[in-house]
Write a protein that binds this ligand. Structure first.
Ligand code: ADP
Length: 334
């Protein structure tokens, strides 16, 4: 199993929860989004009102859930957590909405995967704080309007482009999370090491930070695997030697790319001569879902300049060819 896989160990959720910063001031990186959120929340608190609805978008593992929890903590309000895939019928959403308390934060993870019928109910509720509860069936069904107390939706999505415009428009504030700089990941790792009671050298933390695909979730996961390696094969201390051995064992290369990243680049270069090729075709070539390739692998590869998105599909950059130790064929478009 891949160390960087989105589906993690059984205890991962608990570990993640323990490692989440609780307040905005303890949240390293994403300075822009953090400052913007800080303003929105402080202003709302000052007015004694619920803030605008908040949409957080960006690749997995960058801190969307963490920020949602922080929003509730900063507002000193309870948070209700659910997700798009859990809302398959409008009734599922009606049940959640009608039980919200005043000022409560409703966190909707993967909001782009909510059922269509629920989307419409949600944006009306976000706008008017009202839902129509359908009573009865068929011709005798009637809609009973139900007033809701003001609340704040925090939506998280890896694919903000998939949200219908009317829903997207109901969010007064959208924060786009970007990959973290290695310095920020080093801060996060040092904090995590402290919380996990792992003895870690600054040099080892720097190496892990540079190989974590700009993603705190991956950084924390790698730290735990290096800790395991140090415990089983080393001195128990997370040092550079343990780090390098563990990274090798888990297939993380010098640039932090994992097996899926390299498989995508490999398919793009070797099988499709550098592209351009569509995402669905690439996904079949690496045996993954399109959505996984598009949300998990591609953003970082694009960001690091390995893949170029063109109107005709994805193309390999010269960097992709050289990273695989290949020579780009003469006459490729890019
Ligand atoms: P997302 O919801 O975007 O997938 P999460 O908020 O669940 O990401 O974050 C994944 C893990 O990374 C959590 O354990 C969280 O503590 C950690 N993390 C994310 N962002 C930060 C940050 N800025 N500082 C410290 N830890 C972070």
């Amino acid at each position: 199993s891949r160390v960087l896989d989105a589906r993690g160990e059984a205890d991962e959720q608990q570990v993640e929860a323990a490692l989440r910063p609780k307040r905005l001031a303890d949240f390293p990186g994403q300075t822009r989004v953090r400052d913007q959120l800080d303003l929105v929340l402080q202003a709302a608190k000052g007015r004694g009102a619920a803030p605008d609805h908040i949409l957080l978008s960006g690749p997995p593992g960058l801190g969307k859930t963490t920020l949602a929890m922080i929003v509730a903590a900063e507002l000193e309000r309870p948070i209700r957590v659910t997700s798009g895939p859990a809302i398959q019928h409008a009734g599922d959403l009606a049940a959640v909405l009608s039980s919200l308390d005043e000022g409560e934060v409703l966190f909707l993870d993967e909001i782009h995967r909510m059922a269509r019928a629920a989307e419409e109910m949600l944006y009306l509720a976000m706008e008017d704080f009202r839902v129509d509860v359908i009573v009865g069936k068929g011709a005798g069904a009637t809609a009973i309007p139900l007033e809701l107390p003001p609340f704040t939706v925090v939506g998280a999505t890896t694919r903000s482009g998939l949200l219908p415009a009317p829903l997207r428009d109901r969010f007064g504030f959208t924060g786009h999370l970007d990959f973290y700089a290695p310095e920020d990941l080093a801060l996060i790792l040092a904090r995590s090491a402290g919380l996990l009671k792992v003895d870690a050298d600054a040099a080892a933390i720097e190496v892990i930070a540079g190989r974590s695909r700009g993603t705190p979730r991956i950084a924390n996961r790698l730290l735990r695997r290096v800790r395991d390696w140090a415990q089983v094969h080393g001195s128990g201390r997370v040092d550079v030697a343990a780090t390098q051995a563990a990274l090798e064992l888990f297939d993380v290369d010098e640039l932090g790319l994992d097996r899926l990243d390299r498989a995508v680049l490999d398919a793009l270069c070797r099988r499709y001569a550098g592209g351009p090729v569509g995402i669905a075709t690439l996904a079949v070539a690496v045996g993954e879902e399109s959505d996984t390739v598009e949300t998990v692998a591609e953003p970082y590869l694009v960001r690091q300049g390995f893949i170029i998105r063109t109107p005709r599909g994805r193309a390999a950059s010269p960097l992709a060819w050289s990273h695989l130790g290949l020579t780009a064929p003469a006459g490729t478009g890019i």
